[in-house]
Design a binder for this molecule. Structure first.
Ligand code: FDA
Length: 282
């Protein structure tokens, strides 16, 4: 099963090594697509592991500088030690953000499961008071996100809007996809009008088309926001949007700790589950 999943993972992940992520970013750049590179890892259990993650990110930032690829970075607070303490995760993340800031590079904090939402928002708000080059992802499946988006707009913090990749209970999240999509549409328009360089991160063609119409109707500059997609998903659409003059950024994950990421990609699309089941039971 792991062997087959690793074959499946090949579509979504640049490789085990940092150099492979840099190469994928370079290839995307040739199509006028920029990248955000993520070193895969989450829920580290000891300080040493969290420190190793920081060292890897510092090396990644150095490689981005040396190679000149057009890429920012993305990271998860539980990779920086949030399960150990909020202070540790903040200190580690700040080390990375400062280094990225020296190159005028942006660092995006991914949003994880709901038990981390408040701490992630709080940490990013505190970090942003000292460093402008940090932003966060917000999930439209969560009922609280309208309030979070309002706060982040007020603080001038850049939001990457996503539907949400974690299974959440109905008291805090919309159980129906229709409501998640409607929440996406509402928050997307709010961010396009008032947000600081929002990232519209979805592969949903209906929402992408809605965003295109909305910016046109409201005279919003194409350089004031960006579309974001995941590596390996809707590759043709990524190139088409870039050709049409939109900023398109692709999330490029790498590293050996890919299992949790791949399981999320698998679960969010039933065709992927069938694909894997067919090969496992063939
Ligand atoms: P939706 O699920 O409705 O899919 C629309 C279409 O996209 C599908 O019909 C299919 O064609 C295609 N598609 C979607 N998923 C696919 C898959 N796995 N394989 C193949 N095709 C697929 N989530 C989170 O909780 N925290 C985060 O920080 C982030 N960060 C992030 C960054 C970026 C750049 C993106 C694009 C997404 C995230 N996500 C995320 C993931 C996000 O929450 C969501 O799970 C996926 O983007 C899938 O939702 P869509 O918006 O694409 O819509």
């Amino acid at each position: 099963m792991k062997g087959f999943l690793s074959y499946f993972a090949g579509r979504y992940i640049a490789g085990d090594e940092r150099g492979e992520a840099i190469e994928v970013a370079r290839e995307l750049n040739t199509h006028s697509i920029v990248a955000t590179i993520d070193n895969l890892g989450e829920n580290v259990k000891d300080e040493k592991e969290a420190e190793e993650s920081v060292v890897e990110y510092l090396a990644l930032i150095n490689d981005i500088k040396e190679t000149g690829v057009q890429s920012t970075i993305s990271l998860k607070l539980t990779h920086m030690g949030l399960d150990i303490s909020e202070e540790l995760a903040e200190k580690n993340t700040e080390t990375i953000i400062k280094e990225a800031g020296k190159l005028k590079k942006f660092a995006r904090v991914d949003m994880e499961g709901s038990r981390y939402t408040q701490r992630t928002v709080d940490t990013v708000v505190r970090l942003h008071e000292k460093h402008e080059n940090v932003g966060v992802a917000i999930q439209t499946c969560l009922r609280r996100s309208r309030a979070d988006v309002k706060l982040l707009i007020e603080k001038g913090i850049s939001v990457r809007l996503v539907k949400g990749a974690y299974k959440e209970p109905p008291d805090i999240a919309y159980p129906d996809k229709k409501d998640v999509d409607e929440s996406y549409s509402t928050l997307m328009k709010e961010l396009l009008l008032k947000g600081n360089r929002p990232a519209i991160a979805t592969h949903d063609e209906r929402l992408i088309e809605e965003a295109r119409r909305f910016v046109e109707e409201n005279g919003i500059s194409r350089s004031g926001f960006e579309f974001q997609m995941l590596l390996g998903i809707r590759r043709t659409l990524q190139k088409e949007l870039a050709r049409d003059g939109y900023i398109v950024r692709v999330y490029v994950p790498y590293g050996p700790n890919w299992m949790a990421y791949i399981m999320r990609r698998l679960k969010e699309r039933k065709e992927n589950v069938y694909f894997v089941m067919r090969h496992v039971f063939d």
